[in-house]
Design a protein around this ligand. Structure first.
Ligand SMILES: C[S@@+](CC[C@H](N)C(=O)[O-])C[C@H]1O[C@@H](n2cnc3c(N)ncnc32)[C@H](O)[C@@H]1O
Length: 328
């Protein structure tokens, strides 16, 4: 804790932000919560729809949603909202950028659904992945056959109109080699933003954007404010996918495709919540903890702005209680 407190003070000093004790403790408490991990190993776990996933001891999270179900999550949070099956039927050829290959579930479910309606479609998959696992549980049928095909092709290969290429290593470095690849769908599926922030920064998402067809869809399970805010700042139109296994839906974003954008209350949160600031990683090489510290300090600045705006608003309130100015 003491080390974290020192890091917060050092970053605040270098950004020219003076912290009082209450602010320092609030910043510290949030970062400690985001980075807390139990010491535990990897293990196989059964999810709500009966399919299995792995638990990552390193990140303290499962590879797939336990409450939605692993297969159901792949289908409903990635494959369906990305509209990749329709595109394969129309064009006979599609490209998928898979951010975080993990167990390969998202791409296997996509391939199965595509081949069912467009058996001759050419499917090109590029995955970014730090570390390929050797203990991947194979999905149940009808996905199993396609999952096995993908696993057999790893790390790179081509068969039956399917090409797979896994770019191994830190995705922030490997993303630079995607020149000339324009994805129809991006399955953005690292671990959650506060646990794996380097994969959700404005700068990393900008690199992903450069590898997308303008009519393609970026999809993810998260509805996190810093991520949605980064997508909006990058010029994406942003919408929600259907909620699966929890109250909030995931995120769908596109540059020029058709999309029902966020509803008024979600849009308002993106404007008014202090937590709606992107994670920043200029140079794409910062330590994840530093990304979180800078993020929380930016949130603090927004909190100060919002509370001074509220005080201003209260000062300009008329005796009858109507606001003269300063309302948001
Ligand atoms: C939630 S899992 C992905 C699940 C996967 N999409 C599937 O369908 O099975 C997240 C993956 O992101 C990878 N990852 C996390 N940080 C990374 C980084 N900096 N570079 C590349 N891969 C990363 C992890 O190794 C992990 O395999």
């Amino acid at each position: 804790m003491e080390l974290l407190r020192k890091l917060i003070d050092a970053r605040a000093r270098s950004l020219g932000i003076g912290l009082d004790d209450v602010e320092r403790e609030r910043v510290l408490r949030d970062i400690a919560r985001w980075t807390a991990r139990k010491r535990e190993g990897d293990r196989l776990v059964k999810t709500e729809d009966g399919s299995y996933t792995l638990w990552s001891g390193e990140f303290g999270e499962p590879y797939h949603s336990l409450t939605a179900g692993a297969v159901r999550e792949s289908l409903e949070k990635f494959v369906l909202p990305s509209r990749i099956v329709e595109k394969a039927t129309l064009r006979g050829r599609v490209r998928i950028l898979d951010v975080g290959f993990g167990l390969g579930y998202n791409v296997a479910v996509a391939l199965c659904k595509i081949k069912k309606v467009a058996p001759k479609a050419q499917v090109e998959i590029i995955s970014l992945e730090k570390d390929l696992r050797r203990d991947i549980p194979i999905l149940p049928e009808p996905y199993g056959r396609f999952h096995e095909l993908i696993i057999e092709l790893l790390p790179e290969g081509e068969r039956e109109g399917v090409s797979v290429r896994v770019l191994l290593g830190d995705a922030r470095k490997r993303v630079r080699s995607l020149i000339g690849f324009y994805a129809d769908a991006v399955f953005h599926d690292p671990f959650s933003p506060y646990k794996n922030p380097e994969m959700w920064s404005l700068e990393f998402l900008d690199m992903i954007k450069r590898s997308m067809d303008p009519e393609g869809y970026w999809v993810s399970y998260t509805s996190s404010l810093p991520v949605r805010r980064a997508l909006m700042d990058l010029g994406f139109r942003v919408g929600s996918s259907k909620p699966v296994g929890r109250k909030r839906g995931g995120t769908v974003a596109t540059l020029m495709g058709q999309l029902n954008t966020l509803g008024p209350s979600e849009k308002k949160r993106l404007v008014t919540s202090p937590f709606s600031v992107p994670f920043r990683d200029p140079g794409l090489e910062r330590d994840p903890l530093e990304i979180l510290v800078d993020y929380r300090l930016s949130v603090l600045l927004r909190e100060r702005e919002l509370s001074s705006g509220r005080r201003e608003g209260a000062r300009t309130e008329s005796p009858s209680g109507g606001l003269l100015s300063g309302s948001m």
